[in-house]
Design a binder for this molecule. Sequence first.
Ligand SMILES: Nc1ncnc2c1ncn2[C@@H]1O[C@H](COP(=O)(O)OP(=O)(O)OP(=O)(O)O)[C@@H](O)[C@H]1O
Length: 787
Amino acid sequence: MYKRRDYVELYEKDLAKWALLRNVNTVVKPTTLLPGDYVWLDLKTGREFEVPIGAVVKLCDSGQIQVLDDEGNEHWISPQNATNIKPMHPTSIHGVEDMIRLGDLNEAGILRNLLIRYREKLIYTYTGSILVAVNPYQVLPIYTANQIRLYTNKKIGEMPPHIFAIADNCYFNMQRNNRDQCCIISGESGAGKTESTKLILQFLAAISGQHSWIEQQVLEANPILEAFGNAKTIRNDNSSRFGKYIDIHFNKRGAIEGAKIEQYLLEKSRVCRQAHDERNYHIFYCMLKGMTPDEKKKLGLSKATDYTYLTIGNCTVCDGRDDMKEYSNIRSAMKVLMFTDKENWEISKLLAAILHMGNLRYEARTYDNLDACEVVRSPNLTTAATLLEVDCKDLMNCLTSRTLITRGETVSTPLSMEQALDVRDAFVKFSSSCSFEQLCINFANENLQQFFVRHVFKLEQEEYNLENINWQHIEFTDNQDALDMIAIKPMNIISLIDEESKFPKGTDTTMLNKLNFQHKVNTNYIPPKNTHETQFGIQHFAGVVYYETRGFLEKNRDTLYGDIIQLVHSSKNKFIKQIFQADVAMGAETRKRSPTLSSQFKRSLELLMRTLSVCQPFFVRCIKPNEYKKPMLFDRELCVRQLRYSGMMETIRIRRAGYPIRYTFVEFVDRYRVLMPGVKPAYKQEDLRGTCERIAEAVLGRDDDWQMGKTKIFLKDHHDMLLEIERDKAITDKVILIQKVVRGFKDRSNFLKLRKSAVFIQKTWRGYQCRKNYGAVRSLSVFQSTS
Ligand SMILES: Nc1ncnc2c1ncn2[C@@H]1O[C@H](COP(=O)(O)OP(=O)(O)OP(=O)(O)O)[C@@H](O)[C@H]1O
């Protein structure tokens, strides 16, 4: 019989063996826990992102159970709270490479699997065809040339999970199937999307034999893109503030032929505003650190702390970044990409002009009872005008007044201080963002989510078809309703915003009223609570998001005031004219009719989705394990939130809607043949499918909802549980039998040895005794005869 002490000893000696044995017992008697059993502990805090935590039983005395959880905290569970603990499936104890194989296929199971792998520095894990990458926040030795070799031309699953495996499959699928491939990398800010992209490029460059070419072009473009599009935020020291689509073209021989990088929705507002502890785009700081004193003098520049636009976040340096060195990288990258010195200088002039404009000071005035303002004359104003090559007075007028054309007459009205500040910032960032851009980003995310869910569902269906499994009854709903409401069905949210943006009398309030009127009964729409509130909410797949409507229409119109266009037109600087070319070319009327930001974005998103839909997709979900950018720190609730919002749970839900557990016939026979006396191992079987079916029928019953495919058996969770229980019972019986026989043999041989030794001792002793007695008797008789 098992003895508890045996397990404690084993636990100390051999954790792995012990865990395996203990688990047998756990499944046999889920309620009788013994030290060493692994359990799920539900702390029932009611917190939104709290899920049961893994724990190991330490003591189970007097009805109380003491457990040690994965975080190292001890808990005492009283008999009344016994329902707070549940046995853990064997697959969850040491973790698996593909989480679809987890018996505990739920949030807690996935989270623990990622946690225990992360602690072993195994940052990559599959969930079916998706790669989950947990940011290690440390350099791991897993991206070497040797690793690239190891992962080249391998099937997914042949090697441990890795970003290189995804890159390799993209490349070889493209060659084998002659079909475009795409890889969608998603995750929160700082989760590792940019690093993952770079690693994929590194792999592709290496295996397509194009190292020097791609290094010079795509990789050289990177420092420039990062300098102008990345910034330090509280979440990430090098956060990309735009969406990126990198298109790489290969020729028939598999060599890279060209690459194109497209950007979506750059966060323009960062040029003028940054949150506390955040910086503006890297380029400004790099420029101020890296330029020669002479260059800076020509641009009238000094140090970062002197500029309003660089100090709003109260942070001008970024730990671990060398702005001076970065600047020299940017300059050499520009040389490689053949920017001329003149172009380079024009860019610097524009950047410097932005900084000078940010330092302009305004003073409030009142003209004819109208709120007005004036720009305080300062070297900043004159330098900005010189750099932009415009007249200083024109610049001042354009920043403080607006020209209106009414009834054929041109009238110039002064701007209040608040309006003037808006105009300046609009010029600097050329349109503003916040809430409205968020709606566009979330609309894109909804599209990508649907693409993902449909792909996963399609994969499931393909597997069922391939295996001849009847899947007709499996239903799954995606986020189509939300998408319909945002952008597809007539009178959708985006079309209503657009309509109102074009309507001359349209305001943010009239727009909100129309949204409320049209969608108030839609379950995905959350109207404002009262007439004073200016926010509406949308139930996205990732949760509810509220959108502040103030400024919506202005942002959506995305047009610059005519005065600014006029100013740019008057500039002698060709580069600036080129930047605003499209706007300068348009007349005022055309500008009014020009496509709104949302319709432009919708169009480019449609194009992107169309491109993606003909590709074979791969998905990489990056997870940020903590907010402190620290290695080996795993914040459970932060990770659950990301898992929930990443859509990974959808894969699981889809899997669960069908047959979540599947074994190949070989795996099934080898694992469960113990349930049928006399069944030989799989390699000795002639009719594997038949044997598999016989075992399943005997244990699960003929009529239950499990199915035999062509190469696999498809099971529901409860089948797996039942099979495991039966298997553990059978193994326990066998273990007891082995123990009985071994102990019997041991005791018997011990007894025989003891008996033999006792007989020997007795024999020797008796012989000795007899000999001794005989000697004494004999000497006595000799004595008698002589006396
Ligand atoms: N595989 C990795 N190995 C080592 N460090 C990594 C890895 N992935 C990410 N990091 C670290 O995390 C930081 C943030 O990663 P990255 O810039 O790729 O995030 P992101 O998801 O692109 O963020 P954002 O959306 O803000 O641009 C990196 O600068 C790097 O320090």
